[in-house]
Design a protein around this ligand. Structure first.
Ligand SMILES: Nc1ncnc2c1ncn2[C@@H]1O[C@H](COP(=O)(O)OP(=O)(O)OP(=O)(O)O)[C@@H](O)[C@H]1O
Length: 686
């Protein structure tokens, strides 16, 4: 245990730095947490200004999604960390002067941090969870909690990837040949390969852009597991039961489906049910509808793990693991580090985990870029000769040499799907150009499209965006007037107040579907081109057109987004609903949420943490798709504006995409910049 420092007030040499930190906090450049954390660390032992500066930077980076501070990012007079935080040279120099003298190189930083009582260096004895708020792991400095989570995730995924199950490759091949008729283009059938590798270990990662068939593939994986269940040696407690019909019963495999949001979970269940339904004609003996029925609903990760309101703990953990044999997690790019650590902790060792997601999408809002880190070899393949041999035996796939480069254990269990079934057209080409960071191609695809699927408002004026919000555009008519007209029609025709629940629900479903067909997405929250500026302006425009009548906070037709989990009402951060009359209480309003085939509603006045959602951030749109998606970029560069954000916005569009740029140069800058999140996960998983 480290000696307790008796000074509660920071010493004189720290005062100048803390005063500068406070000034930057007042100016809105730092979170209050950063200064508070630095003071806490100073209260825990003798502290040098360099240590406190590292604390401030680490805390600030955590707020922007980084799980650690790379010491190399501290080196130099104007180090990379300044750019990562978007600070001016002037602010940085002021901080630097207040903390002087600072180490000049990464190794000098390491040597200085290593001397601090508050820092525990990996490899040293005497780690004290409470006593060491900071951890130094090689050339990375962590907040203790993130180091634990990152290490736990790395260890769990590595051991799951490394523990290969006994697989009868011949039998797997027979089933895969039935489930995947020969690929037409002659290249490797990556979907088939993904099933083959996922079946041989307790971890499978399937990544790919929208429409590349991730759910199509996982439905086939479930069918394969179902078909081959009897051939493995399984621990007695988890032995498969025989259906008596000569086939293993679904009852023997406990399958759970989950996703980070309710909407994504509902979509996953719907797509898997559809895919299994379509497959059953191909393999009638497998009784896939029974398998689908036994899977039950897909759940949010919070609900699967059993969130405990007001704490970070879950009901399920290593001591009380989930009762599952197979867990499928969709939209895994949205899963943050802490959640992934909790999920892996709660998963029994024998269970298979299959992660589905698009590695190129925006990472989670919270710290970590877990899927991106786990998939760092996915593009190149990185398969070993043994994996290539296994793919040949179990899937009949002969991998081109270029994919066989002997990557780490995780690469062996990761497959990237490369062909989009839905996005072959201009929207797909635009997404690919953005992903490649090819600004000229992005511009050309936008300018040269004559299909009407793409449109580029450049330069966009506010009036353009408001007009789009009202009625869409040529070849993509609709806008928000579509759902508002549907809503008004139902009110006039009496569906809205009908005591007949089937009639009422049918109408609600149509209004929600019309609302879901169009959305305005913003890159930023604040300002004229952000969510806050546009929401109000759009509502005013719709009101001026006679489509809305705003009466106070709640009004008929108000779309809202939930901003905090609320266990009492059962709504979760990111859920989107529409405000409509309550048929049972004239004069009252309810908010209706669509969850796949189901509709849920909550009395409007019971919802506390909501905001109007005519415009929402691209971040919050993850896991959703809209027939026509409009993406509005701000008029100047912003720290959040990067390639992943533009890509995520574009890939929310199912049939039509409109880009609005008040200043075209901002698009170029965004496409050129990649979001880099500091983390040690890549290195740790190998
Ligand atoms: N190999 C295939 N042959 C025929 N159709 C396919 C194939 N793969 C996928 N599809 C079809 O393409 C569509 C998209 O597939 P799917 O929904 O599985 O993609 P996804 O990657 O899960 O998409 P998203 O990221 O949007 O959830 C579906 O209609 C699916 O049936």
């Amino acid at each position: 245990m480290m000696a307790q420092h008796d000074n509660t007030a920071p010493g004189a040499e720290l005062q100048a730095l803390l005063a500068q930190v406070d000034a930057m906090t007042e100016a809105g450049q730092l979170r209050r947490l950063a200064g508070a954390f630095a003071r806490f660390v100073a209260s825990q032992g003798p502290a040098k200004p360099a240590l406190l500066l590292a604390c401030v930077l680490l805390s600030e980076l955590e707020g922007r999604g980084h799980s650690c501070l790379l010491l190399a990012d501290l080196a130099g007079a104007s180090p990379p960390v300044r750019h990562m935080l978007g600070w001016s040279e002037e602010d940085w120099q002021a901080l630097r002067a207040a903390a002087a003298p600072l180490p000049k190189t990464a190794s000098a930083w390491r040597a200085q941090l290593y001397q601090c009582d508050q820092v525990w260096a990996v490899g040293d004895l005497g780690f004290d969870g409470e006593g060491h708020p900071l951890v130094l792991d090689d050339d990375r400095l962590y907040l203790r909690r993130y180091w634990r989570d990152e290490t736990a995730v790395a260890q769990a995924v590595r051991s799951r990837a490394l523990q290969l199950r006994p697989v009868d490759a011949k039998q797997v091949r027979q089933w895969l040949d039935i489930l995947f008729p020969a690929a037409e283009d002659g290249g490797p059938d990556w979907q088939k390969a993904a099933c083959a590798v996922a079946v041989r270990a307790n971890l499978g990662i399937i990544t790919g852009g929208p429409g590349t068939g991730k759910t199509y593939t996982v439905a086939r994986l479930l069918a394969l597991l179902f078909a081959t269940a009897g051939m493995e040696r399984v621990p007695a407690a988890h032995a498969w039961r025989d259906s008596g019909a000569g086939l293993p019963a679904a009852g023997g495999i406990r399958i759970a489906l989950a996703a980070p949001t309710g909407k994504a979970a509902a979509r996953l269940k719907q797509s898997i049910d559809q895919a299994l339904g379509a497959l059953s004609a191909l393999v009638p003996d497998l009784n896939l509808p029974e398998l689908a029925a036994r899977m039950g609903a897909a759940r949010t990760l919070h609900s699967l793990l059993g969130a405990r309101p007001g704490t970070r703990r879950f009901v399920h953990h290593k001591g009380n693991p989930l009762d599952v044999d197979v867990l499928i997690v969709d939209e895994a790019s949205m899963v943050h580090l802490e959640m992934m650590a909790s999920l892996l902790d709660a998963l029994p060792p024998h269970a298979r985990l299959v992660l589905l997601g698009d590695k190129d999408q925006l990472a989670s809002v919270e710290a970590g870029a877990v899927l991106g880190d786990l998939c760092h070899d996915a593009e190149a393949g990185g398969y070993s000769a043994a994996t290539a041999g296994y793919m040949r035996d179990a899937a009949g796939i002969v991998l081109p040499e270029s994919f066989i480069q002997g990557g780490g254990p995780l690469a062996q269990q990761t497959v990237m799907l490369r062909k989009s079934m839905r996005f072959g057209g201009p929207i797909g080409r635009l997404a690919l150009a953005v992903n490649a960071g090819d600004v000229a191609r992005v511009r050309a695809v936008l300018r040269e499209d004559d299909s009407g699927q793409l449109a580029w408002l450049d330069p966009a004026h506010h009036a353009h965006v408001l007009q789009l919000a009202l009625e869409g555009r040529a070849q993509a008519e609709g806008g928000y007037q579509r759902y508002l007209r549907e809503m008004a029609k139902g009110i006039d025709e009496g569906h809205a107040m009908s005591p007949d629940t089937v009639r009422h629900e049918g109408w609600v479903r149509e209004v929600l579907a019309a609302f879901e067909s169009f959305r305005i997405l913003c890159a930023v929250r604040d300002g004229e081109w952000g969510v806050s500026g546009l929401n109000d302006a759009i509502a005013a425009r719709l009101e001026a057109a006679g489509l809305l009548r705003r009466r106070g906070e709640w009004y008929v037709g108000r779309p809202v987004m939930v901003t905090r989990n609320d266990y009492a009402t059962g709504v979760f951060n990111g859920d989107i609903g529409l405000t409509l009359p309550d048929p049972l209480r004239p004069g009252s309003l309810r908010v209706y949420f669509s969850e796949g085939p189901h509709i849920r509603s909550v009395l409007a006045t019971r919802l506390r943490n909501v905001e109007t959602a005519f415009a929402m951030t691209v971040h919050k749109s993850q896991g959703s798709e809209f027939a026509h998606t409009v993406m509005v970029l701000p008029s100047s560069a912003s720290a959040v504006l990067a390639r992943e954000l533009v890509y995520t916005g574009i890939t929310r569009a199912r049939t039509h995409f409109t880009l609005a740029t008040p200043v075209a140069g901002v698009l170029d800058e965004a496409v050129a910049v990649r979001t880099q999140r500091a983390s040690g996960l890549r290195g740790l998983v190998g």
